[in-house]
Ligand binder design. Sequence first.
Ligand SMILES: [Zn+2]
Length: 110
Amino acid sequence: MHAILCGDCGAPFGLRPDGLFRCDGDQAHELHPRDIDPDGSETWAVDSAGTLVIVTDPAASAQWAREVLAEFLDAEPESYAESFSLDSFSNAIGELLDAARAGLPVSRLI
Ligand SMILES: [Zn+2]
């Protein structure tokens, strides 16, 4: 999870009561949700502090977790493949937890 920074001044954006975002910079640049264009499997959310953030889409993280868990279960015990898939599973779950902390629904995916 990382903050989306203002393209004009580099400050993070905070959520306003009207649903728009305003950067914390001196010029208070505004951003409309329709203008947020995350890459690929990323999506935007608002963290508990009201900051606009980018997280991995929970659906993509859940799919990643399923795939690497299957690899872990198929791996030879104490092998590099077992260790690698377990690390990947941990990272996938970490991405899901980041999305959950940012308020995105993840329970229906698991
Ligand atoms: Zn700004």
